[in-house]
Design a protein around this ligand. Structure first.
Ligand SMILES: NC(=O)c1ccc[n+]([C@@H]2O[C@H](COP(=O)([O-])OP(=O)(O)OC[C@H]3O[C@@H](n4cnc5c(N)ncnc54)[C@H](OP(=O)(O)O)[C@@H]3O)[C@@H](O)[C@H]2O)c1
Length: 289
């Protein structure tokens, strides 16, 4: 299987590239060759790469920055998603598109299902929701995967920031009133690969298409996640309320997603978040410092 990943240096794109092996080719396409803020038609360059499946990981992911530059955010997350979807449809290639739990307002007291009403609280969530709609409208042969709380040993994310802040500190304040499922990019990439294989295998029946939620199993608060990251480091977590931090964008209090449809249809179940953390911890020793 040959996957073309849109997005080059992002954490999910990198984790997908690491899965390449004897029966999986992964080619990443991104800036400067492909800029989704300005791209109009990318069918020709995509066709030249002979994809079996296209996976769009590229997005404007700066949630607070999106409040300051909504147009730039929508250009990538809506217009860019539309351009990728149109090319996938033109080439007749299945598309896996990534989205987010920020399409929900977080007011529910249970994990969100794919069929729950959306109501994004911020620009980023609205842009990703409109990107989902564009994909669903244009590329019938698609799976949209909503995920949440991604982290990795790469780039700056919650995991790396907590470890940075803990250095030289006995205690760090972390939000305790928002819930979600920390999801490693390695587990997510494993799930994306399986969905991609299923879309190819089920081409004729068109099984496995549509919207799916994909996160690691279990749930915790940001403070619970940070405590686990800091286990045995000598630094502890002081749980605080989310309103003790000033943020430009509003964020959902409940980010939990129900993964039942994904396991029922695709047979994909990601590891429990606590078990998955050890792989990122080990890799961080090699990559992150
Ligand atoms: N991070 C999370 O917690 C989270 C949670 C839920 C859903 N998601 C979704 O998961 C997907 C992957 O997220 P991630 O964490 O891997 O993001 P990331 O690490 O921030 O990477 C974003 C990727 O998008 C690319 N990109 C941004 N603007 C672009 C443009 N104008 N043209 C082309 N490429 C552009 C970046 O390209 P460069 O390589 O050129 O920088 C990078 O490869 C996204 O769809 C995101 O919305 C993320």
């Amino acid at each position: 299987m040959r996957i073309i990943v849109i997005g080059r240096s992002g954490q999910v794109a990198r984790a997908l590239a690491e899965r390449a092996g004897a029966d999986l080719e992964v080619v990443r396409l991104g800036r400067p060759d492909l800029d989704l803020e300005t791209a109009r038609d990318i069918a020709a360059p995509l066709s030249a790469l002979r994809p079996d499946v296209i996976v769009n990981t590229a997005a404007f992911t700066d949630v607070d920055g999106a409040e300051r530059t909504p147009e730039a955010c929508f250009k990538v997350n809506h217009d860019g998603a539309r351009v990728v979807a149109a090319s996938a449809a033109a080439l007749g290639v299945p598309l896996v598109h990534l989205s987010t739990e920020y399409v929900f307002d977080g007011g529910s007291d249970r994990p969100y299902r794919e069929t729950d009403p959306t109501a994004p609280l911020n620009v980023y969530g609205r842009s990703k929701l409109s990107g989902e709609a564009a994909v669903a409208e244009i590329a019938a042969d698609h799976a949209i995967l909503r995920t949440s709380w991604l982290y990795s040993p790469y780039s700056r994310n919650f995991f790396t920031k907590v470890l940075e802040k803990s250095r030289g500190s006995a205690e760090i304040p972390v939000v305790a009133d928002r819930l979600g499922s920390p999801t490693t990019v390695f587990e997510l990439a494993r799930g994306i690969e399986q969905v991609a294989r299923n879309l190819l295998a089920w081409r004729d029946s068109r099984q496995g298409r549509g919207m799916f939620h994909m996160t690691c199993a279990g749930a915790t608060s940001w403070a619970g996640f940070a405590s686990e990251i800091l286990r045995n480091t000598g630094c502890t977590v002081r749980p605080v309320a989310s309103d003790s931090f000033v943020e430009l964008a509003r964020r959902p209090m409940n980010s939990r997603l129900c993964n039942d449809r994904l396991s029922d249809v695709h047979g994909v179940v990601l590891a429990h978040w606590q078990d998955a953390l050890s792989e990122v911890r080990t890799r961080y020793g090699d990559v992150g410092r």
